[in-house]
Design a protein around this ligand. Structure first.
Ligand code: BTN
Length: 325
């Protein structure tokens, strides 16, 4: 980490509050001249830092620039490496490549734009500016296939908790990986596993989350405009702290992962489910089917009662609500 990045982390942690040059110099063991130089560099990058002779340096509250230092200033778990890229092809692809090359660190990669975002079932995930694209590289010992399937719903609850805590908004969950706000999709999750061929008892998993944070919905492809929403309308002059939002999400995610494969999150998942108790359409073995969702079981599979009375367990795939207006 450079001196500039370390100073930015301190300023982000104390956002809106002045911190003296002496305090920063002692904390980082650098000269006052080095601090002055780094602060000027930050100002050139667009940071609004007020410098006063008596009180020191203060990063303005309105400054909302996403960065690795800003994210780190807002996470409790300090053992995680955070990478920030203004733009990338896909944060999932970046971390899968690291895992394939043998990386055993826990890494979070965040980006503000993806040129080739990946969605579930081989789809693309349109990832314009204003969204938050985040992937987690985590490693497990003796991970069973049935446990991998609970990671996506677990991540959905982490997003739901983060959005409630930071923006005070209530989201709904559509099995298995979509989150909705006021009937529009605002988040999708894609979990990809990478098994270590040398040591098949350890697996690396990449969990990717795409959040429509502050999108200009008019810039989306026309076919997406009726179904995609945004947490914060971009016209709305809401004061955002995007670093805090991402930091909170990272903490929520790791709080859940430390209990893995505990199913404590399942109650919240079910309480916010929009498919429980609904008639749904789905595909099973390439056949179109319908049925009533009677439960979501401990494997996060849907239990669907068909007209015949037969109960079908759906572990993966997609459902759509049958009589939705
Ligand atoms: C879906 O809705 O089909 C899942 C979308 C998952 C998108 C996220 S954005 C961050 C990460 N990087 C990707 O390329 N995909 C996931």
């Amino acid at each position: 980490m450079t001196t500039q990045e370390k100073i930015l982390e301190i300023l982000e942690k104390n956002k809106g509050v002045a911190i003296s040059g002496e305090e920063i110099a002692t904390a980082l063991n650098v000269s006052r001249a080095a601090i002055w130089k780094a602060i000027n560099g930050l100002k050139e990058k667009g940071y609004n830092i007020v410098s006063t002779t008596n009180r020191g340096y203060c990063l303005s509250q309105e400054n909302d620039i996403l960065s690795a230092s800003g994210i780190k200033a807002n996470i409790l778990n300090k053992d995680i490496s955070v990478i920030y890229k203004e733009s990338t092809i896909s944060t999932n692809d970046d971390l899968l490549l690291l895992a394939q090359n043998g990386c055993k660190d826990t890494i979070v990669e965040v980006s503000s734009f993806q040129e080739g975002g990946k969605g579930r079932l081989g789809r693309t995930f349109v990832s314009p500016k204003g969204g938050i694209y985040i992937s987690f590289l985590v490693h497990f010992k003796n991970l069973e296939l049935k446990d991998i399937t609970i990671i996506t719903p677990m991540a959905a609850v982490a997003v739901l908790n983060c959005v409630k805590k930071t923006l005070n908004l209530d989201l709904d969950i559509k099995w298995v990986n979509d989150l909705f706000y006021k009937g529009k999709k605002v988040c999708g999750i894609l979990t990809q596993a990478c098994v270590d061929v040398e040591n098949s008892s350890t697996s690396s998993v990449v969990v990717g989350i795409g959040i429509d944070y502050k999108l200009d919905l008019n810039t989306l492809p026309l076919e997406l405009q009726p179904i995609v929403g945004t947490l914060i309308p971009n016209m709305q002059n809401t004061e955002c702290n995007t670093n805090k939002f991402v930091g909170t999400l990272i903490d929520e995610m790791f709080n859940m992962l430390k209990d893995f494969p505990n199913k404590n999150f399942l109650k919240v998942y079910k309480d916010h489910s929009i498919v429980l108790g609904k008639e749904v359409k789905y595909t099973y073995n390439n056949e179109a089917k319908t049925g009533l969702v009677i439960d979501i079981d401990d494997d996060c599979a849907l239990l669907i009662r068909q007209e015949s009375g037969n109960i079908q367990k759906l572990n993966s795939g997609e459902v759509s609500i049958k009589f939705q207006k």
